[in-house]
Design a protein around this ligand. Structure first.
Ligand code: AMP
Length: 190
C-alpha cells in the first residue's frame, strides 16, 4: 500500500508541482490547506470569512480552523494514500494530525522537506503571480515560514523517526520527482 506523505517547504519550493504528479500518476489524494482555504473564500463559507484576513496579511490561519478543515477533507477510503501539502505548519497542527490519523486508522505519513534557498523560491513566486502573491504578502509568508520551519521540522526529524527525508528542491522537476519516489518507495510510472 502506498504511503501517506507530508510535504514541508517554503512557498515556491515546488510542492504543488510534485503533488500534481503523485496525484495524476500514483492515485494520491491531495489535501492542500492553501487550496482548501482559497476555495472556502471563493464560496464565502464561515471558514473562508475567518481565513481571509489572515491570508491577505500572509499570517497563519488559526490552528483550530485548519485542523477542522483537514478533518473534514480526509478521504473515507483509507487505502487511498494522501499528500498533506502545506499542513501541518505548527506543532499543535502536527499533534492534531497524528491523533486524527491514529483515530481513523490511517497509516503514519512520511515527511518530505523540499529545501530551497529562499531567494530562489521568492523569485519563483514572483513569476507565478497568484492573487495572494502580492510582493508584500510574499515577503511576510517567507518570514512566517522561517519562523515555523525549525519547530515543525524538529517535530518530525528526530533520531527515533525514520520518516523524515530532505530533498534539494532547486533541482529540475524530474530529478526532484525521482528522489521523491525513492523516498516513498514507489517505482517510476511511464
Ligand atoms: P499556501 O498556498 O500553502 O502557501 O498557503 C497560503 C496561505 O494560506 C498561507 O499564507 C496561510 O495564510 C494560509 N495557510 C495555508 N495552510 C495553512 C496552515 N496549515 N496553517 C495556517 N495557515 C495556513
Amino acid at each position: 500500500m502506498a504511503t501517506n506523505v507530508i510535504f514541508l517547504g517554503a512557498p515556491g519550493a515546488g510542492k504543488g508541482t510534485q503533488a500534481q504528479i503523485l496525484r495524476e500518476k500514483y492515485g494520491y489524494y491531495q489535501i492542500s490547506t492553501g487550496d482548501l482555504l482559497r476555495e472556502n473564500i471563493k464560496r464565502g463559507t464561515p471558514t473562508g470569512k475567518v481565513a481571509e484576513s489572515f491570508m491577505k496579511r500572509g499570517e497563519l490561519v488559526p490552528d483550530e480552523v485548519i485542523v477542522a478543515m483537514v478533518r473534514d477533507a480526509l478521504p473515507a477510503d483509507r487505502a487511498r494514500p494522501v499528500i498533506f501539502d502545506g499542513f501541518p505548519r505548527t506543532i499543535p497542527q502536527a499533534q492534531a494530525l497524528d491523533a486524527m490519523l491514529k483515530e481513523q486508522k490511517h497509516s503514519l505519513p512520511r515527511v518530505v522537506s523540499f529545501c530551497i534557498a529562499l531567494r530562489e523560491a521568492e523569485e519563483r513566486m514572483l513569476v507565478r503571480g497568484r492573487e495572494d502573491d502580492a510582493a508584500e504578502t510574499i515577503k511576510r509568508r517567507f518570514e512566517v515560514f522561517q519562523e515555523h520551519k525549525r519547530e515543525i521540522e524538529g517535530y518530525y526529524d528526530n533520531p527515533s523517526s525514520e520518516r523524515f527525508v530532505e530533498i534539494d528542491a532547486s533541482q529540475p522537476v524530474e530529478v526532484v520527482t525521482r528522489q521523491l519516489l525513492r523516498a516513498l518507495e514507489l517505482r517510476a510510472a511511464s
